[in-house]
Design a protein around this ligand. Structure first.
Ligand SMILES: *[C@@H]1O[C@H](CO)[C@@H](O)[C@H](O)[C@H]1NC(C)=O
Ligand SMILES: *[C@@H]1O[C@H](CO)[C@@H](O)[C@H](O)[C@H]1NC(C)=O
Ligand SMILES: *[C@@H]1O[C@H](CO)[C@@H](O)[C@H](O)[C@H]1NC(C)=O
Ligand SMILES: *[C@@H]1O[C@H](CO)[C@@H](O)[C@H](O)[C@H]1NC(C)=O
Ligand SMILES: *[C@@H]1O[C@H](CO)[C@@H](O)[C@H](O)[C@H]1NC(C)=O
Ligand SMILES: *[C@@H]1O[C@H](CO)[C@@H](O)[C@H](O)[C@H]1NC(C)=O
Ligand SMILES: *[C@@H]1O[C@H](CO)[C@@H](O)[C@H](O)[C@H]1NC(C)=O
Ligand SMILES: *[C@@H]1O[C@H](CO)[C@@H](O)[C@H](O)[C@H]1NC(C)=O
Ligand SMILES: *[C@@H]1O[C@H](CO)[C@@H](O)[C@H](O)[C@H]1NC(C)=O
Ligand SMILES: *[C@@H]1O[C@H](CO)[C@@H](O)[C@H](O)[C@H]1NC(C)=O
Ligand SMILES: *[C@@H]1O[C@H](CO)[C@@H](O)[C@H](O)[C@H]1NC(C)=O
Ligand SMILES: *[C@@H]1O[C@H](CO)[C@@H](O)[C@H](O)[C@H]1NC(C)=O
Length: 430
């Protein structure tokens, strides 16, 4: 009897607590927070966090025009709310500070990447009105490293991370000078990015002609379902979009990539214990443009697909391999190319040495329609699928790319089970 009474009392308390919570939510629903930059030499981090804490649930936060000094990592938890980011969050150019592992979040599992700004939660809109976003102070980072090589997972921060988001919208957002990846969406569902600008442009003459901005990807998607990317303009030195493991139902439209490696599916198969499943990806109206080679020497592919080999070499974050997976039902339609090196490329030997095991990760049902423009290399399509997982269902239609130097275009289909649309696809590289 006593037990029942205690249980009942607990139940009543719970119901009352729920009522209080509901009341608090109603009260908060009308909440608006508006902030202005504090000004030169002052730290805005506290007031930004304060506004999000007060209005990030069931409210509206207005971050007025201007530049905000952000001096430490920030995580916004947004629930049924809106943020109008009219101004720029300027993440200080204090590099040794950010490189201390304690000073960033490590919520992005893949390659153990670091984040200085994470947004999480559900049912929110962040609108930066094309007048706000993030200042990444990338030039300091690129100068710091110069042309020395850099490692994945070394702590360079992702500029803007969406993590564990359900139904989030990001609109008209600008990121100036991403030090590393510009965006990541991880462990998230039903996300829309409409209007994204990222610009990693080296302006230091010392590095002209070098790709001094490696890893400045436009976005990496990982463990993400139903992500829409519209109206992107990315200047970069690596993967414009990188579709990584367990990305499903991805739609990208009106995407301009200026420099870099192209749009990537991968790297995949980096973790020997994880199966990488990628399914239902549509890319439409994409532009891959070589920019001034003094500023950015690379413009690799329009789209490329890469897996590690079947042998694990070292360990992630930097090395890997041995992972399996399936990439299926990918459609790429309306691609405009300017001076890319190898328009369509599949290879499955990332990081491999001779004698390594073959990748068992399979690429299937990839379709390419309406590709126009120019290529600096004469191989237009190179499908180098793994003999251990040959590619079925490759479809090509209206692939009309001119080789810049007038050479005859080549098409390669190695370990391809079935292909339609290329009448002269050889099985060996010219
Ligand atoms: C809060 O801001 C929103 C959007 O600007 C507006 O629609 C709403 O009326 C405001 N609410 C209050 C209580 O001021
Ligand atoms: C940012 O705030 C710090 C104080 O924490 C200050 O030392 C620094 O000068 C400020 N930076 C800018 C650009 O205002
Ligand atoms: C951003 O902050 C850096 C210092 O961390 C400063 O040098 C730079 O001028 C600031 N940018 C703007 C646009 O205010
Ligand atoms: C995908 O996300 C969009 C935007 O949030 C949503 O409208 C749509 O219903 C979602 N699709 C599915 C199948 O859930
Ligand atoms: C990127 O930034 C550089 C340097 O500030 C600028 O010259 C260039 O026009 C920008 N690119 C785009 C597409 O806005
Ligand atoms: C494509 O996106 C760019 C921004 O990157 C935008 O300026 C342009 O209007 C968009 N084009 C169309 C047809 O919507
Ligand atoms: C992808 O999802 C499958 C099935 O849920 C799971 O077995 C696998 O480990 C996941 N892979 C990654 C990279 O999370
Ligand atoms: C392939 O993906 C598209 C969306 O990207 C979808 O409309 C279509 O139904 C999918 N096809 C199959 C066979 O699943
Ligand atoms: C791919 O799209 C098809 C058709 O819409 C759907 O039936 C299937 O569940 C989707 N696959 C995944 C992994 O969501
Ligand atoms: C082919 O793609 C180009 C843009 O790259 C577009 O202007 C054209 O309308 C597309 N053609 C068809 C038949 O869709
Ligand atoms: C075209 O691409 C090639 C190979 O990347 C490069 O050497 C050349 O400078 C580029 N030319 C132009 C005008 O972009
Ligand atoms: C291919 O493109 C060239 C140059 O843009 C054009 O002259 C030619 O008619 C196109 N061929 C086909 C089959 O579409």
């Amino acid at each position: 009897m006593l037990a029942v009474r205690v249980l009942l009392a607990a139940l009543v308390a719970t119901v009352q607590f729920a009522r209080v919570l509901a009341w608090a939510n109603d009260w908060e629903a009308g909440n608006n927070c508006t902030i202005q930059p504090l000004g030169e030499g002052l730290d805005d981090t506290d007031q930004i966090e304060g506004a999000i804490a007060r209005c990030g649930h069931y409210g509206t936060t207005v971050i007025s025009e201007g530049v905000y000094n952000v001096t430490r990592k920030m995580m916004w938890d947004l629930v049924e709310s809106r943020v109008d980011l009219h101004g720029y969050l300027n993440f200080t150019a204090n590099l040794p500070y950010w490189m201390n592992p304690e000073n960033t979040y490590r919520v992005v599992y893949i390659q153990d990447q670091a984040s200085w700004f994470v947004v999480t939660g559900r049912d929110f809109t962040i609108d930066a009105h094309n007048s706000g976003g993030i200042i990444g102070n990338g030039q300091y980072w690129w100068n710091w490293y110069g042309t020395t090589s850099r490692l994945d997972g070394d702590g360079r921060p992702i500029a803007f991370t969406l993590w564990r988001v359900l139904r989030g919208v990001v609109k008209d957002f600008r990121i100036e000078g991403q030090p590393f990846w510009c965006n990541t969406v991880a462990e998230s569902q039903d996300v829309v990015y409409d209007g994204m600008y990222c610009n990693a442009t080296n302006t230091n003459p010392e590095y002209y002609g070098h790709n001094v901005v490696p890893n400045t990807d436009g976005i990496d998607t990982f463990r993400a379902d139903n992500v829409t990317m519209l109206n992107w303009d990315i200047t970069l030195g690596d993967d414009c979009l990188a579709i990584k493991g367990n990305s499903t139902n991805i739609y990208a439209q009106n995407i301009t990539c200026r420099g870099g490696n192209g749009i990537a599916f991968g790297s995949l198969g980096q973790y020997a214990n994880l199966f990488d499943h990628v399914e239902n990806v549509t890319l439409e109206d994409i532009r891959l443009l070589h920019i001034d080679p003094e500023i950015q020497p690379n413009m690799g592919s329009a789209v490329y697909f890469k897996s590690w080999s079947g042998t694990a070499i070292g360990h992630p974050p930097d090395n890997g391999g041995g992972g399996s997976g399936l990439v299926t039902n990918v459609t790429v339609r309306n691609a405009e190319l300017y001076n890319v090196s190898l328009p369509i490329h599949v290879y499955q030997t990332n990081g491999a040495h001779p004698g390594d095991s073959l990748s068992t990760l399979q690429f299937a049902d990839l379709s390419f329609y309406n590709f126009t423009g120019t290529s600096s290399g004469s191989t237009i399509v190179n499908l180098a699928c793994s003999p251990a997982a040959p590619c079925p269902g490759m479809v090509f239609e209206d692939i009309n790319i001119t080789v810049t130097n007038g050479a005859e275009p080549h098409y390669v289909c190695s370990n391809v089970v079935s292909q339609q649309g290329l009448s002269n696809c050889s099985t060996t590289t010219p």
